[in-house]
Design a protein around this ligand. Structure first.
Ligand code: GTP
Ligand code: MN
Ligand code: MN
Length: 406
């Protein structure tokens, strides 16, 4: 009995939003490797349309991230939340053999590799990737040869595949920020622009750059995005603007209709723009990374790059020396009255957000979205002008963005 009690070394609260998760918390080889292994199994589940399993592995990985000390034995994991039998088995294998057979098999499976390559194309989701795989399309080359019809997003995604699969650096994010600031200020002076997503959490790289725009005078922000897009499209050069792709959506939020009646979900209804920026190289010279994290073979990328170099009318420039690079950018516009909720909802991490909503619903009988917080017991909205106030409404200690890296 005494030994058992002593064995429980870590006291980790069960919801990720109750914990502080800094970026560098995986302080041992074991937790780092296991966390990585569990994240890979989560990814595999998500790519197989098994979201429930995916979340379970994400939660387990996040618990390892939050451990304050090295793990040396399985007994230390006793009593920890979110570690199910499957996750514990994987950790045990890594602890005892240095690797998990299941993870290694998954990593090497043709299906997993194909799903990663295909969903790595901007605009391609799991459903589409699965359909292509059923039609024997496993690589970018095979996709290109197949003559499949691609929508506008997918065409842009394929065309800029290499750029978009290369992590965005902080320097590039800052350069994009300058361009966005200039665009927004030109069309709506007095607007406020905030970096959200991973870069707000202090990450040094990201898969995109996310911005939240608001204006201190409620209503002034309405219809901002189409004007910003026009500005961006008219700049950079006489021939081409800053945008390689953009899809703008209008705000469709109605408090009475969408608030408490709807389940709190990840989907929100802000005016927004999903885009691909054309970032001039000189903006970030010297900081460009050469490392690519794509899964496709070198032959794949070479032939594709060569192909599109010609297609894009860039045949005068030697391959790999174009003067710009494609970067995914998300722009979200919020009315000032919803700003704190939008900020909290778009800062992430994805798991942290999911856990906040689960905490609100299960523990507090409240519905949290990126627009509002509704108290089901009091049947009323709880106002907030800062993230701190929202945490307080939820009965949670305030966690700063840099510690939301669950
Ligand atoms: P990297 O971009 O990979 O560095 O990570 P990230 O944390 O920035 O992820 P991402 O850009 O995908 O999303 C940023 C945050 O916005 C996350 O917390 C997401 O949950 C949130 N988010 C992304 N898409 C949506 C959406 O459609 N609606 C809402 N409400 N939130 C979203
Ligand atoms: Mn992001
Ligand atoms: Mn994003």
């Amino acid at each position: 009995q005494v030994n058992e009690a002593e064995a429980v070394v870590f006291n980790i609260p069960s919801y990720a939003c109750q914990r502080r998760t800094a970026l560098d918390n995986h302080n041992t080889v074991l937790t780092f490797v296991s966390q990585d292994a569990l994240s890979l199994l989560a990814e595999n589940a998500e790519l197989s349309d098994e979201d429930g399993r995916g979340v379970a592995f994400r939660r387990a990985a996040a618990v390892l991230k939050a451990l304050p000390e090295p793990v040396t034995g399985m007994t230390q994991l006793r009593g920890l939340p979110c570690l199910g039998g499957h996750s514990l088995r994987v950790i045990k294998d890594i602890l005892e053999d240095g690797a998990s057979g299941e993870v290694e098999l998954t990593k090497e499976s043709e299906r997993f590799k194909a799903l990663k390559v295909l969903t790595g194309i901007f605009g391609v989701g799991v459903k589409t990737a699965e359909r292509w795989i059923r039609e024997q399309i496993h690589s970018l080359q095979q996709l290109q040869d197949s003559g499949q019809t691609l929508n506008r997003a997918q065409q842009a995604g394929l065309e800029h595949y290499d750029d978009l699969n290369q992590p965005v650096t902080k320097a590039e994010a800052d350069a994009i920020g300058e361009i966005v600031r200039e665009a927004v200020m030109s069309v709506l002076p007095g607007a406020q622009i905030t970096v959200i997503g991973g870069f707000r959490r202090g990450k040094l790289t990201g898969h995109d750059v996310d911005f939240l725009v608001t204006h201190p005078e409620e209503g002034r922000e309405v219809g901002l995005m189409p004007k910003v897009v026009s500005w961006l499209e008219s700049q950079f050069s006489a021939l081409q603007g800053f945008l390689l792709y953009q899809k703008t959506t209008r705000n469709s939020y109605l408090e009475s209709k969408d608030g408490p009646a709807r389940p709190a979900s990840n989907m929100d209804r802000f005016e927004r723009c999903f885009s691909i920026f054309k970032l001039p190289e000189e903006e970030t010279r010297g900081t460009k990374q050469t490392e690519t994290l794509t899964e496709n073979t070198p032959e794949d990328t070479c032939s594709l790059a060569a192909n599109w170099q010609v297609k894009g009318g860039e045949q005068m420039k030697p391959a790999g020396h174009k003067a710009w690079r494609a970067v995914r950018v998300d722009l979200v516009v919020s009315p000032i009255s919803q700003f704190a909720f939008a900020l909290l909802g778009w800062t992430g991490s994805k798991l942290f957000e999911r856990e906040l909503r689960r905490w609100a619903g299960h523990e507090k009988a409240m519905s949290l979205s990126s627009h509002a917080l509704y108290d089901n017991k009091q049947s009323r909205y709880l106002r907030a002008t800062s993230e701190e106030e929202i945490f307080a409404h939820l009965g949670l200690d305030y966690i700063p963005p840099s510690e939301r890296n669950a």
